[in-house]
Design a binder for this molecule. Sequence first.
Ligand code: KMH
Ligand code: ZN
Length: 270
Amino acid sequence: MDKLIITAALTGAEVTRAQQPALPITPEEIADAAYACAQAGAAMVHVHARMPDGTPTQDKDMYRQIIAEVKKRCNVIVQVSTGGAVGMTPQERLAPVTLQPEMATLSMGTVNFGDDVFMNPPAEMALFAATMRNHGVKPELEIFDSGMLSTAQRWLQKGLLTGPQHFDFVLGIPGGMAGTPEALLYLRSQLPAGSTWTVAGIGPAQLPLGTLAILLGGHVRVGFEDNVYYRKGELAASNAQLVARIARISRELDRDLATPDEARVLLGLH
Ligand code: KMH
Ligand code: ZN
């Protein structure tokens, strides 16, 4: 089995300081959290930018600062969000891709998102894919429901996506596919040959699905974007605490952790 790539989704667009007092917001806080997660075993960070008051933003300069601050501290792969927050325009969402980060997320379809709708019409997503290709940015394909994986398969056949792809199964969003082992096993069974995959279990699904992914040879995403709790009723102290736990479980299960450079090789970033 390949070594495990742990991604820390540090901030997201929805979680507030009221919900999680340790949420990193400024570029310095995000970079400090990235460093702590790297020390705990993360090879990648998935980042969203916020304004100083906590409002989500896709401002290019804010992402530039985040990337620079992370790079000052450590060598983790920085993956920027192009999901941003519900309601942002495609142009806003794409802004950080022009900074040529190593990776960026690419949502593969529209999904109900709690009481909102996270809009990802095919023509806009094709533009996102083309922009990433033109800037040499590897996408991580965000799969919120099984039809999105079928879309990825069609796009591979049509040449809108080329080469081995990296998938993120985001499971447990209200409106998306359930955060269950059955859902994960089904999606894994439908993956195009040669793909790599990770799982982002939402809320209480984070720990069980992460553990299952370790056993199945997938990779794992943890962090406050998806889950603010350490266990039921107890907030996590930091993103790094969530990384440290999944790292510990992986080592106990005899699966070593990928360093950032090893993850770059596994993901074909070189
Ligand atoms: N904030 C969500 C609406 C991504 O980063 O690409 C979308 C999201 C996905 O977080
Ligand atoms: Zn995100």
